[in-house]
Design a protein around this ligand. Structure first.
Ligand SMILES: NC(=O)c1ccc[n+]([C@@H]2O[C@H](COP(=O)([O-])OP(=O)(O)OC[C@H]3O[C@@H](n4cnc5c(N)ncnc54)[C@H](OP(=O)(O)O)[C@@H]3O)[C@@H](O)[C@H]2O)c1
Length: 259
């Protein structure tokens, strides 16, 4: 397996770093030599993460923050800039999933998804875009999902929030590239984490968190805008994305009836 590139002297900010994909990203990026600012609400879990990284080449700096709070995010950015003076890579990863069948539709579920999955990212962008534009460099990676490609059963809130991120990332990519800021879109399939451990339905192509994080980090070092994995599931979802509605609904109804 090819070695991941060194992150020595790079400052990385990861949201949602107390567990799951974000936690594994923080450990791997610290192993690559990065200075990793690990953000989430659970300060105890972040402290534990910091101690696990003590023997690694890089460091993990725990920074408790609730990304749904604009003031907390702006303060966190100030702390990072005062301490490290720059942000080279930010992985905006904090997010959640609440399974909701159509008959149980609740606007509160939509709000919860949008406040965390969308506004949580937007608050970080408020802080980070001016920093990276001033630096004339930086990578902003937004963790969306393959579920954002099209409407899926029992995922109106989650899917809509991730679709919003995909569209927003495309738009920002166009505008910020000439300013030296690289927007990357991460679209994972199912990854085994505390979030998906709660799911009772069958998750096709479920992958472990280590290879998922490796796919993200390889993708970050490449030129492509989208980092999509696992490969086969990503291609299948990509094909569903371009199907006309009649065919799309026939396939997805069939899949939903086999759950
Ligand atoms: N796992 C998958 O199959 C999968 C697939 C596609 C996309 N994704 C996306 O990948 C991201 C991470 O998923 P995961 O599976 O690793 O989830 P997870 O295990 O539930 O981890 C979510 C992380 O987000 C943090 N978080 C939640 N609310 C927050 C808030 N208000 N402010 C700051 N941090 C907050 C949590 O920490 P605290 O509770 O300590 O704040 C935790 O560290 C999500 O955006 C998810 O939608 C996951």
């Amino acid at each position: 397996m090819k070695k991941l590139p060194s992150l020595k002297n790079k400052v990385v900010w990861i949201t949602g770093a107390s567990q799951g994909i974000g936690r594994q990203l923080a450990l791997t990026m610290a192993r690559q030599g990065g200075t990793v600012v690990a953000a989430a609400r659970s300060s105890g879990k972040l402290d534990q993460l910091q101690s696990e990284a003590l023997t690694l080449e890089g460091t993990i700096y725990p920074l408790p923050v609730d990304v749904t709070r604009h003031d907390e995010v702006m303060r966190a950015a100030d702390v990072i800039m005062t301490r490290f003076g720059r942000v080279d890579i930010a992985i905006l990863n904090a997010g959640t999933f609440i399974k909701t069948a159509g008959v149980e539709f609740r606007s509160t579920h939509m709000r919860q998804h949008f406040e965390l999955n969308v506004m949580g990212v937007c608050h970080c962008l408020d802080a980070l875009i001016p920093i990276m534009v001033a630096q004339q460099s930086g990578t902003l990676a937004i963790n969306a999902s393959l579920a954002g490609y099209r409407g899926l059963s029992a995922a109106a809130g989650y899917g809509a929030s991730k679709a919003a991120l995909i569209n927003m990332a495309e738009s920002l990519h166009i505008d910020l590239k000439p300013k030296g800021v690289e927007i990357k879109l991460i679209n994972p399939g199912f990854v085994k984490t505390p979030l998906t451990d709660k799911n009772t339905f069958k998750m096709p192509f479920l992958m472990d968190v280590e290879p998922a994080v490796e796919a993200i980090l390889r993708g970050l070092s490449r030129k492509h805008f989208e980092i999509r994995f696992p490969t086969v599931f990503g291609m299948m979802m990509g094909m569903l994305r371009i199907l006309p509605y009649n065919a799309y609904f026939a396939v997805t109804r069939h899949l939903a009836s086999h759950e």
